[in-house]
Design a protein around this ligand. Structure first.
Ligand SMILES: [Zn+2]
Ligand SMILES: [Zn+2]
Length: 348
């Protein structure tokens, strides 16, 4: 009841209404004994905040984990909830008419089994809500006057750079004070540091000209790509200060090796995949030839089939040798990388 009342407050433009189980109690003569008709309500979050939450939770139902609760063409917002290891599964959601929460789980805390059991909360929610809404026409949630829209780059959430953000544009709702003012810092064109896939610092030895799609700001912070003040870094590490450090040359040399290995690595994967495909084709050809050999009706057919089997065997052996050679070269490259102090003659 608490959870449903909380969701209902979001559905109700941020106004919380105390849930009640009855409105009035009368005796057999019709005298009112208990009157519970007066509703207590209070604003707990701003209407604009409630609207933005609703908009986010509409996505959950339209294209996210809650899509199976849809019925008719009713506008729905909601959120799934799961405790560790599926002891409990919830769905709380609302339409412009009603709010409902469902819980599924075992009284003895047995975990819900994979599949059907884990989607029961949503199934139950849909079943109850579709019946309550019978005959009600679809409506949209009311939009407060202080909500505005802005077109942003979907990757960065910032103002798009028309030339670079291309087809990743998205119209989003904002309160006037939260409309982005910064331009996209994910899509970039200019000098790029080939080692770090970041915009190149002045004097970066890996600088090339190109376009780049960087990780969004919050991801860069999570992965430690940050400045001293904790903000997301938007330039490579090879600045003047870095280059002036004692030992910078050795680090740069090591990074050249690493970059070379990375390039080799991607070539290695492509080559290996091609060889594996050839091996698969040769194996199929051999099986077909063996089949023909087994069903050959005369000596000529038999000889031809045997020939095909031998040819397939030869090409399988050759492909396997090429794979072994490729893997040996790869292992040697990785071993070289692990011992950077030995002179490997790498010059980038
Ligand atoms: Zn962008
Ligand atoms: Zn750099």
């Amino acid at each position: 009841m608490e959870l449903t009342a909380a969701y209902a407050a979001i559905a109700n433009n941020g106004q919380y209404i105390e849930p009640k189980l009855y409105t009035i109690v009368k005796d057999h003569e019709g005298n009112v004994i208990l009157d519970n008709t007066v509703t207590e309500s209070r604003q707990v979050i701003k209407p604009s905040t409630a609207f933005l939450l609703t908009d986010a939770m509409k996505d959950v139902v339209q294209s996210g984990t809650g899509s199976s609760v849809n019925f008719g063409n009713m506008t729905i917002a909601g959120k799934t909830g799961t405790t560790s290891d599926y002891n409990d599964v919830w769905f709380s959601g609302y339409t412009p008419y009603y709010t409902c929460s469902t819980w599924t789980g075992y009284d003895n805390n047995t975990k819900l089994r994979k599949g059907e059991e884990r989607s029961l909360a949503k199934k139950l929610w849909r079943s109850v809500m579709s019946q309550i809404h019978e005959g009600l026409e679809n409506r949209s949630f009311s939009q407060p006057a202080d909500i505005v829209t802005a077109t942003v780059c979907a990757k960065s959430g910032k103002l798009p750079n028309d030339a670079l953000c291309g087809s990743t544009l998205k119209v989003e709702y904002f309160t006037p004070d939260t409309v982005p003012t910064e331009t996209c810092d994910v899509h970039y064109q200019g000098t790029v540091c080939a080692y770090s896939a970041m915009p190149a610092a002045e004097g970066c030895p890996f600088a090339v000209t190109g376009v780049l799609e960087m990780a969004p700001e919050n991801e860069r912070i999570l992965t430690g790509q940050t400045n001293d003040d904790g903000t997301a870094s938007n330039i490579c590490i090879h600045n003047a200060e870095f280059m002036a450090q004692p030992g910078a040359d050795a680090v740069i040399e090591q990074q050249w090796l690493e970059l070379e290995l990375r390039n080799d690595q991607s070539q290695y994967s492509v080559k290996l995949a091609a060889l594996q495909q050839q091996l698969e084709d040769a194996t199929i050809a051999k099986a077909e030839a063996e089949n023909r050999l087994a069903t050959a009706v005369d000596e000529t057919e038999k000889a031809e089939a045997q020939n095909a089997v031998n040819e397939a065997d030869a090409s399988i052996a050759s492909i396997n040798a090429q794979i072994a050679q490729l893997q040996a070269a790869q292992n040697a490259a990785v071993a070289t990388m692990a011992q950077p102090e030995s002179d490997t003659g790498a010059e980038g």
